[in-house]
Design a protein around this ligand. Structure first.
Ligand code: DGJ
Length: 733
């Protein structure tokens, strides 16, 4: 891994064993992009890769040399000086103009990577990462822009972010500040996005790129279940197992824009960052602004390989603290068992049965505080309800811990109900525009976390409960979008900062709680998977994947989630049937077989199961305990997509390839067919694996496949709805 500056040709080359990223200082001093792809030999002068050509109706920066901003690939472009595609940023000056020309001033190359103040960021040692910070400057308005690139030694990955410093004499307004621009020489890519809504999150959608713009966004105040801040550009022939693709993952939990624009000449511009429509940042002289970062990964070996890069990178260089690379406790959450209707006694009964089944952690969900007997009231009043918890959180937690379980509980700290003591005391702490209608979502409003005193107050309330009780886990929920976004008391020209400052407030509260309670495992949640993003993983190493716990729908939701996020981060529970979201009755085997590939748990009252079902739960928990490291941290391969067939299959393989677990699912039975063969992946072709009562060479399993029949995969029957099976493969010694 290295970063080279060729002073003579003013060319930068970032490379590791797998990738090269090359840019240069153009004749006008602005930065141009030359190459991003497979590792190249270092060559001093690759400037011929840029385009110098005379075309009609093109504006040239320099007519003589035919250098045009429009025809050349730019690195961090502005609008208004000859580049007509969407810009990476925009600065408004006091005189009303908004043209900026960022010229190269200098740069710094250093080992490792700097933290981003107040923002989540990847990290690594001096041996693992080298960084480049390029300083650019606009001579007229005095804005200095620092583009940061960090290249990892062991991953085909570059992480980018941008810092703006107003070193001029007047106030400037940054009303667009994306984290990354990547100009590519051709647009022969397909665009993959992960879209959905509540209870049907992250379904892969592939769109063709053609002249014009393809984009996804969130302007909801959180990354959202509607669009995920993760996009893949892939060649048309790229599939799970082969082919070229580039991934872009935004390490941020608020509003975002991801966009690909194919221009008249067939070039492609990819942009990603904070959504400019809901952002405007005024900067006095001396002030600065830092964008969140984007993780750009590349593969030539298919989408599984790309996903595995993100899985390993996020497990090792994003997730922090005690829970990094740790097996996650098997939990029982009472939400679907009781909703808000519980007493200490009924909770203890559920916890006792969970313990008997082998669970390790009990989680008390919503309904334990204030007058919270339904979702109309009490958010913001983080004090135990004495009718439900007569001995407080501490009393309940101690009893659960005495049973031999760990204890955790649910909070939704960013929210307030109008019917709450907190709102009655501080209506100005809610995000709203005075004298204007206030939209509600789930009967609640959003607290204004852009205000430090609000974050401080909520911290104090939560700190009091946590410090007194033996708490091992916290589920941090967020159940409505932001509307009428306005911070009461803030001057007009600062209002464009509120969406972003709110997210910074969320991060600050996480940071403070984690500093005070470093051993607590945090699970993020937003009505299920409404804030499943890389930014959150920095604070909460797992996220409740979806409120939809239906075993069949979960195959799809978890399948889609694995494109960008590791299995260890996917909160996955077995719930009761008929399922509360879909009404479907999926066998407990399949519900378990799906949830096992995640941060595993249950979300039902085990006392209500039949003896046989309870025995099945005990067996599932035993199995997960035995194989948990492999299930949560093994190399994950998607083998058959539930979006293409009525079945799905995936597998995990241990690092040394000596062990693997295959899972196959049938959502809808297909009758009167030959079940066919399923090709496995990631095994050692020369190793012999024992599976069920048979033995196979790795090459046979990967090149010919395994028959999708009960005699080879015990328990599997493609002719039955809701059928599934798990097969453990172990190297024969
Ligand atoms: C939404 C979450 O996704 C659920 O799991 C549950 O915690 C409820 N909120 C509680 O209100």
């Amino acid at each position: 891994m290295n970063i080279i500056w060729h002073a003579k040709t003013k060319q930068f080359h970032l490379y590791n064993d797998q990738i090269s990223y090359i840019m240069y200082v153009q004749p006008n001093g602005e930065l141009g992009q030359l190459y991003f792809g497979k590792r190249l030999h270092d060559t001093e002068d690759l400037i011929y890769l840029s385009d110098r050509i005379g075309l009609s109706l093109v504006t040239y920066y320099d007519m003589e040399s035919q250098f045009s901003m429009e025809l050349n690939r730019q690195e961090y472009p502005s609008f208004g000086s000859g580049d007509f595609s969407s810009p990476a940023f925009r600065i408004l000056e006091e005189d009303g103009s908004s043209v900026t020309n960022l010229k190269h001033v200098g740069h710094e190359i250093y080992a490792s990577k700097k933290a981003l103040p107040g923002l989540p960021a990847l990290y690594g040692t001096e041996e693992e990462i080298t960084s480049l910070e390029i300083q650019l400057q606009d001579e007229k308005n005095g804005m200095h822009v620092f583009l940061t690139y960090s290249i990892f030694r062991d991953y085909p990955v570059i992480v980018r972010s941008t810092r703006f410093e107003n070193r001029g004499k007047s106030e400037l307004v940054l009303d667009r500040a994306l984290s990354l621009c990547l100009d590519l020489p051709d647009a022969e890519y397909e665009w993959m996005q992960f879209s959905g809504a509540w209870a049907r999150e992250r379904r892969p959608i592939t769109r063709k790129i053609d002249k014009g713009i393809v984009a996804i966004e969130s302007k909801r105040g959180h990354s959202s279940p509607n669009q995920n801040p993760f996009v893949i550009l892939k060649r048309a022939n790229t599939d799970e197992f082969a082919g070229e693709a580039i991934g872009f993952s935004f390490v941020y939990s608020g509003n975002f824009l991801a966009q690909a624009e194919c221009d008249t000449y067939g070039k492609l511009r990819f942009l990603m960052g904070i959504h400019p429509d809901t952002f405007s940042w005024s900067m006095k002289p001396g002030e600065n602004f830092v964008t969140p970062e984007v993780v750009m990964a590349r593969t030539t070996q298919g989408l599984n390989d790309l996903s595995q890069t993100y899985h390993s990178l996020y497990n090792n260089h994003l997730v922090r603290g005690k829970w990094k690379n740790q097996e996650r406790p098997i939990l029982l959450n009472n939400w679907e068992a009781t909703y808000m209707d519980f007493t200490e006694e009924s909770i203890l009964k559920i916890a006792a049965k969970a313990k008997e089944a082998g669970a390790e952690l009990f989680v008390l969900d919503d309904g334990w505080f204030g007058k919270r007997n339904d979702d109309h009231r009490a958010l913001g009043d983080w004090v135990e309800n004495p009718e439900k918890l007569p001995n407080g959180m501490k009393g309940l937690a101690e009893k659960v811990v005495a049973m031999g379980l760990k204890f955790g509980f649910w909070i939704e700290p960013e929210m307030v109900n109008p019917d709450s003591d907190l709102y009655r005391a501080h209506p100005e702490w809610a995000i709203a525009i005075p004298d204007r209608h206030k939209s509600l979502g789930r009967w609640q409003m959003v607290l204004d976390f852009s205000k430090e005193e609000v974050v401080d107050y909520i911290y104090g309330m939560l700190h009091r409960i946590i410090k007194d009780a033996p708490i091992s886990y916290i589920k941090w929920d967020m159940n409505r979008t932001l509307t009428e976004c306005f911070s009461q008391g803030l001057p007009a020209k600062e209002q464009g900062k509120v969406y972003h400052k709110h997210i910074l407030g969320v991060y600050r509260l996480y940071e403070r709680l984690e500093e005070a309670f470093p051993d607590i495992l945090f699970e993020s949640c937003s009505s299920g998977g409404g804030r499943f993003d890389a930014g959150m993983l920095y604070y909460a190493p797992q996220a409740w994947c979806s409120d939809n716990t239906d075993g069949e729908d979960r195959v799809m939701i978890q399948y889609g989630t694995t494109y960008g996020y590791p299995v260890s981060s996917i909160g996955a529970h077995v719930s009761a049937v008929p399922n509360h979201q879909t009404g479907r009755v999926v066998p407990i085997t399949m519900r378990g077989h799906v949830a096992m590939f995640g941060a595993f748990g249950y979300e039902l009252d085990l006392n209500r199961l039949t003896e046989d079902e309870f025995a099945m739960v005990q067996e599932q928990i035993r199995f997960v305990k035995e194989h948990r490291k492999l299930l949560q941290y093994g190399k994950f391969y998607r083998l058959r997509s539930p979006f293409e067939k009525n079945q799905a299959a995936w597998m995990v393989v241990s690092e040394d390839k000596s062990k693997a677990i295959l899972a196959v699912y049938t959502m809808r039975a297909t009758v009167n067919i030959i079940p066919g063969l399923l090709k496995l992946d990631g095994l050692d072709p020369d190793k012999k694996y024992g599976a069920g009562d048979k033995e196979y060479y790795g090459d046979v399993l990967m090149e010919a496949g395994i028959p999708l029949r009960d005699d080879c995969i015990p328990g599997y029957n493609m002719g039955h709805d809701g059928n599934s099976a798990i097969l453990v493969l172990e190297e024969c010694k």
